[in-house]
Design a protein around this ligand. Structure first.
Ligand code: SPD
Length: 387
């Protein structure tokens, strides 16, 4: 598959090179005068950049390095769910220049005109990105890769505190499929004693629930949501936390099992070690697969500082910055040029850079219609209320 993408990438590069061939000047035109290359356009924007990203996603010091190098002051805010970011973009005048939607939401945001096309001439490091990943994003989400640049990718899965889960399960062995730990009453009824946490968002929980009951995780059919919520209703009483602070909830011992994001679960594992906890935390690879996501940088339609935004995107795409993100945030980078700079222990962690045979089982992201998203929100809210 990878080979196929590389081949098609190389082929399209050849075709494009052919298309770019200069035309002969008209006979009467004066001979071109050799001249110095045009000077790079001067960025006259005020030296400010407003970024809106997920928490625990930017390595310490990265923003300060960018500010020092460019003199651009960065205001960096965070959001916890795609729904929260989406609502801000739909309302308009968010004040943000760069936002980082999951690709599942980026697609309707592009279609709705909420994001602007990138000026690729300002992003010389674009070529560092993995052509296979860009081809996937191009095919599914962002035709011609006009709007989106990956920040990172990862997967939604089950995280466990191994020590506490083993104790709570007692004689019951671990299930073959880790999703049972959060969706099957036989397990949840035991694990509720040490705390079950779900991400607090309809579009995080309903897709994994759909996957668990054997439906398309990105179904647009409200009848499927009904089946998913029927399954969820059976475990509702056992779920203790709907979390927007999952790293703290797992590392701090409030939850022993969680539906969370791979990198955040690995951050919780590292944090527990730093805190000298005896408990071992693990990001699971469920036997039926986990749900892949891509989080992508984009420039808002009404951004006041688009040139500064392009400068930051280009800065982030330096191989060393991409590797820093993977090393510190525990998410794989889509920056191919940065992969060789990733620390060996991170590169070898199979719950960060998953192996090919598990990758093949994973569920790739898709997107939902607006109606489906609304139906999903209703289904989730009634589940959460326990009604
Ligand atoms: N700490 C960074 C978390 C990023 C999570 N993005 C997930 C989107 C999944 N739909």
């Amino acid at each position: 598959m990878m080979k196929k993408y590389l081949w098609s990438f190389a082929l399209s590069a050849i075709v494009l090179a052919g298309c770019g061939k200069k035309e002969e000047p008209p006979v009467a035109a004066p001979a071109p005068v050799a001249s110095a290359p045009a000077p790079a356009a001067v960025n006259t924007e005020e030296k400010v950049l407003n970024i809106y990203n997920w928490p625990d996603y930017v390595p310490e010091g990265m923003i300060a390095t960018f500010e020092k190098e460019t003199g651009i002051k960065v205001n960096y805010d965070t959001f916890e769910t795609n729904e929260a970011l989406h609502a801000k973009l739909v309302a308009g005048n968010s004040g943000y220049d760069i936002v980082v939607p999951g690709s599942v939401f980026a697609k309707p945001q592009i279609e709705g005109g909420l994001l602007q096309a990138l000026d690729k001439a300002q992003i010389k490091n674009l070529g560092n990105l993995d052509p296979a990943i860009m081809a996937t994003l191009g095919a599914k989400t962002d035709p011609d890769n006009k709007h989106l640049v990956p920040w990172a990718w990862g997967f939604t899965t089950v995280g466990i505190n191994k020590t506490k889960v083993a104790k709570a399960l007692g004689k019951t062995p671990m299930p073959e499929n880790a999703w049972d730990l959060v969706f099957k009453p036989e397990y949840t009824s035991k694990l509720k004693s040490c705390g079950i946490a779900y991400l607090d968002s309809p579009t995080e929980i309903i897709p994994v629930a759909l996957h668990y009951i054997g439906k398309d995780a990105y179904s647009n059919d409200p009848a499927d949501y009904k089946l998913a919520t029927d399954m969820l209703a059976k475990v509702r009483k056992d779920v203790r936390i709907f979390s927007s602070t999952m790293i703290d909830d797992i590392a701090g011992g409030k939850a022993c099992v969680a539906i969370g994001w791979s990198g955040d679960i690995n951050i919780a594992a590292a944090r527990a070690k730093e805190n000298k906890s005896k408990d071992e935390i693990e990001s699971m690879l469920p036997s039926t697969g986990a749900l892949i996501f891509f989080d992508t940088m984009a420039i808002t339609k009404d951004a006041k500082h688009p040139n500064n935004a392009h400068a930051f995107i280009d800065f982030y795409l330096r191989p060393e910055n991409a590797a820093l993100m993977a090393n510190e945030m525990n998410y794989p980078t889509a920056n191919k040029a940065g992969v060789s700079l990733v620390k060996p222990e991170i590169a070898a962690n199979k719950t960060i850079f998953v192996e090919a045979d598990y990758f093949a089982k994973m569920i790739p992201p898709s997107s939902f219609s607006n109606e489906a998203r609304e139906a999903m929100a209703n289904a989730y809210n009634s589940f959460k209320k326990g009604k």
